[in-house]
Each structure stands twice: as structure tokens, then as C-alpha cells.
Write a protein that binds this ligand. Structure first.
Ligand code: PHE
Length: 466
């Protein structure tokens, strides 16, 4: 514990920016906008905001407080509070281990697109089939993944203070500047298509922000609710041990309640700005149909949008993908840091050595997953009725299966076994006020476990059996 504190965050701002760095990732910039477009614009946003300040806040507080109070990492943290619950720590550790195998691949894809725009090849990237032919190529995705992974490993190798904290302090404000810049640019766009229809960025903003109640049924409302919920806990990086590890690095005199609020705010702001940047731009150049593209939004629809912008498109393309790469890098760092910190504790090995070992293992796993798009290609059926490649399977096990299960168990553990008072004590330990304390107690015991159980049943497809 002594050691952990020595290597921890030096300031409260450094902690908030690093935790926000973990939270802000491709989830905010890629997934949030397409969910908002799919789920009725402002309606989704409204539901999302309500859930962030209640349910997101509860899960984030729980993780960070467990980390700081125990001063330990996931694998031992739960067991140190209650012997019988040590299994939950080990189960939680599986999540970053799984995510690590594929997150660097997505980071590699983003890096490839930076290279594309830097070399002025944006036009080619807008062509049909470009993205598919890139990810199914035998060598290129592996090379870009390795590059991204190497960068991640260097930051983790340098440690919490000199690596993670310093990097986040530089990158996160830069990210905000870039996203605000592109969002403003998006709002000023206008385009007249072949049918002489002119669409403007401000009309696109209305599509994004005005709640669309068309065809809304109770079933549809529940679907939107569940979409928003699963987005929140992926986006806040909760229930995967990451925030426990970051919590363990926070000094005792930091006001945790305030920090949690700032992390929530940062993550939500970036998600909202990402929507403001992406949705109007796609709307202006491809109308509402362009927004139905789902996951292919970032790598397929946006390059088309950039190419329609003419000369400005290349510059915007560079700024956009650099920003996404920063966001993905700070997230990937937090995943690798969690693995390294836990393994250092288990195997009593130095940070330097463990970073190298984890980097090599992650690279090997990621290579196999990259090959899942060519050599090992198969359509694997998933329990929720869709099919996917190896990457999707990893994503499914970690996000749809393990994360809701872990959140559920951790609510039962804190809410009913240990009692929320244990968290209150940590939040108030340095004489600070625990804002939203009553809300926390109610959420952790009653609302969140029920919501998590429903989410688990829905995302594993069990709900569809009835
Ligand atoms: N929170 C990140 C995002 O929004 C994703 C992430 C997942 C980060 C898992 C770390 C670990 O993209």
C-alpha cells in the first residue's frame, strides 16, 4: 500500500484527467452518436443524462471508493473487504484482460486513418469497400495495431505519475479543443445535393437534439433505456477494475465526491460534443439515411463526409482521427495499467518487466484476433441473435455478459453485504461532504441491481426467450 501511494497521482486534477482519459474513448466519439441517431435524438440524450447522474454516478463512486479505501487492485480488493467475495475480484479482472485483446486493434484502425489523411489519400478512404479491404488484409492491420500497442506500453512503462498522469494532462485539454473546433465547423456546413435539396448543419443539430417520439411504444422505450444504460457503463469504464485501480492511486485528501462529478461531466460533455460534430456533418452530406449506418459510421460514413467537404475535408480528417487516437490511447493505457498493476501485485514483479510481458501477450492475442478477419474467418453466432468475428465475440463476452453480471454482483456486495456506509465513510473520510449520498444508498441497494439484472437478461438474449 505504501508503494502504491508513492506511485500515485500527484494531484486531484491529474487524477480527474486520467480517469476521464479512460472514460473518454471510442465509446463517446463513435458509439454515442450512432446510438443517439438510432434512438430518437433528444429522447436518447435526455434518458442518457438522467441515467448518468444516477446510475453512472453510483457505479463510478463504488469503484473509485473501493480502490481508494482498500488501496488495492481488483484481484485482491474485494477479497480484502470480505474473504468470501474474493471471486468477484478475479472475475472482474477477466474484463480488462478480454478488452485488451481487441481495443488495440481498433486503435490500430484509427492510426491507419491518420496515416491515410496525412498522406492525402482521403479520397480513396471514401470509396466503397475500403474499410473492409483494409481490415481483412493480412499484414497492415497487424502493423498498425502493434504501433498503437507500443505507444500504450511506453506510457504504462513510464508509470502513473510520469506516464499516465502527465500524458493525460496534455492530451485531454487538447482533445476538448479539437472536438469543440470540429463541432463548430460542422454546424456551419451546408450542401445542396443532386435533387437541389439544401441541408444545413443547424438543421442537422435539430435532428440530433429534438426528441423524436415517432413510433414510440413501451417496448421501444425500454430498448432505448437499455441502450443508454449499456452505453453508460462502457463509456465510464466501470465494473472492469479500471476505476478501482485508478482509485487506489488517489491521495486520501482528495475530495472524491467532487472528482466523481467532474469525471461524469467530462465524459458526458465529450459524448454530447461528439454527437454535435458527427450528426450534423453526416446529415448535411447524406441526409437522415446516412445516419442509419450504425457501427460503420466512423470508418465508412465519415470518410465519405470528409471527401464531400473538398479541400477542408483532408484537414478535418487529420484532426478528427488524431483526436480519436488520443481518446483511444488514454483508454487503452487504462486497460493495460489495470492488467500491469494487478499482475505486479500477484507476481511481485517490477512495473518495467510486467509492462513488457503484458505488451507481448497482448500483441500475440491481438494478432490472432486480427487474423479473425482473414485466416481464421468465421461467422460465429452470438446468443443475442447476431453473428460476428472473433473481435465481436470478445466484445460480447466482456460487455454484454460479464459487465452487467459484475455490476449486479458488486451492487449486492456493497449494498447488502458490506453496506453502503462503508462507501460513505470513504467519501467523507477527509471531512468532505458526500453529495448525493441518499441517492447513492437508494440506487446501490434497489434500483441498480434490478436494472443490471434486466440488462444482463436483455443483452445475453435470455429476455427474448419469453
Ligand atoms: N470508456 C471507453 C470508451 O468510452 C472504453 C473503455 C472500455 C475504456 C474499457 C477502457 C476500458 O470508449
Amino acid at each position: 500500500m505504501e508503494n502504491e501511494k508513492k506511485g500515485g497521482f500527484t494531484s486531484s486534477l491529474g487524477f480527474v484527467l486520467s480517469a476521464a482519459g479512460s472514460a473518454v474513448g471510442v465509446g463517446n466519439i463513435w458509439r454515442f452518436p450512432y446510438l443517439a441517431a438510432k434512438d430518437g435524438g433528444g429522447l436518447f440524450i435526455l434518458i442518457y443524462l438522467c441515467l448518468v447522474v444516477t446510475f453512472g454516478f453510483t457505479l463510478l463512486t463504488t469503484d473509485i471508493a473501493i480502490g481508494r479505501r482498500t488501496g488495492q487492485h481488483t484481484v485482491t480488493a474485494y477479497g480484502s473487504i470480505h474473504k468470501k467475495w474474493g471471486f468477484l475480484g478475479k472475475l472482474t479482472f477477466v474484463v480488462p484482460a478480454l478488452i485488451m485483446t481487441y481495443y488495440s486493434i481498433i486503435g490500430g484502425w484509427v492510426t491507419k486513418y491518420i496515416a491515410v489523411y496525412l498522406t492525402g489519400a482521403g479520397e480513396a478512404a471514401a470509396a466503397d469497400g475500403y474499410f473492409t479491404s483494409f481490415i481483412t488484409a493480412p499484414v497492415a492491420p497487424i502493423v498498425f495495431m502493434l504501433l498503437f500497442l507500443a505507444l500504450t506500453a511506453v506510457i504504462v512503462y513510464r508509470g502513473v505519475e510520469k506516464g499516465i498522469e502527465k500524458f493525460s494532462e496534455i492530451v485531454m485539454p487538447g482533445l476538448i479543443l479539437m472536438i469543440v473546433g470540429i463541432a463548430i465547423f460542422s454546424l456551419t456546413l451546408n450542401y445542396t445535393d443532386a435533387e437541389c435539396m439544401t441541408r444545413t448543419g443547424l438543421q442537422g443539430l435539430a435532428v440530433y437534439l429534438v426528441p423524436n417520439f415517432e413510433g414510440l411504444t413501451i417496448k421501444r422505450f425500454l430498448e432505448i433505456l437499455l441502450d443508454a444504460m449499456s452505453q453508460i457503463f462502457f463509456s465510464l469504464s466501470v465494473s472492469m477494475g479500471i476505476m478501482i485501480t485508478y482509485g487506489a492511486y488517489v491521495k486520501k485528501d482528495v475530495n472524491l465526491s467532487k472528482s466523481v462529478g467532474q469525471i461524469e461531466l467530462f465524459d458526458t460533455m465529450v459524448a454530447l460534443l461528439a454527437g454535435m460534430m458527427v450528426i450534423p456533418a453526416v446529415y448535411v452530406f447524406s441526409g437522415t439515411e446516412g445516419m442509419a449506418s450504425g457501427p460503420s459510421l466512423m470508418f465508412v460514413s465519415l470518410p465519405k463526409v470528409f471527401s464531400s467537404m473538398g479541400a477542408a475535408g483532408n484537414v478535418i480528417g487529420i484532426i478528427f482521427f488524431v483526436m480519436v487516437a488520443f481518446a483511444a490511447l488514454t483508454s487503452c493505457v487504462s486497460i493495460m495499467e489495470t492488467l500491469v498493476a494487478n499482475c505486479m501485485q500477484i507476481f511481485k514483479v517490477s512495473r518495467e518487466k510486467m509492462s513488457l510481458i503484458i505488451a507481448v501477450i497482448s500483441a500475440a492475442a491481438a494478432i490472432v484476433i486480427c487474423l479473425g478477419y482473414n485466416v481464421f474467418y468465421m461467422d460465429i453466432p452470438l446468443p443475442n441473435g447476431t453473428t460476428g468475428q472473433i473481435l465481436d465475440v470478445m466484445d460480447y463476452i466482456s460487455n454484454s455478459f460479464l459487465m452487467p453480471a459484475i455490476s449486479f454482483l458488486s451492487c449486492i456486495f456493497i449494498g447488502w453485504v458490506v453496506g453502503p456506509k462503508w462507501i460513505d465513510e470513504e467519501m467523507e473520510s477527509s471531512g468532505y461532504k458526500f453529495g448525493r449520498k441518499k441517492l447513492y444508498r437508494f440506487m446501490i441497494r434497489y434500483v441498480t441491481p434490478v436494472m443490471m439484472a434486466v440488462l444482463f437478461l436483455q443483452s445475453t438474449g435470455i429476455l427474448n426467450w419469453f
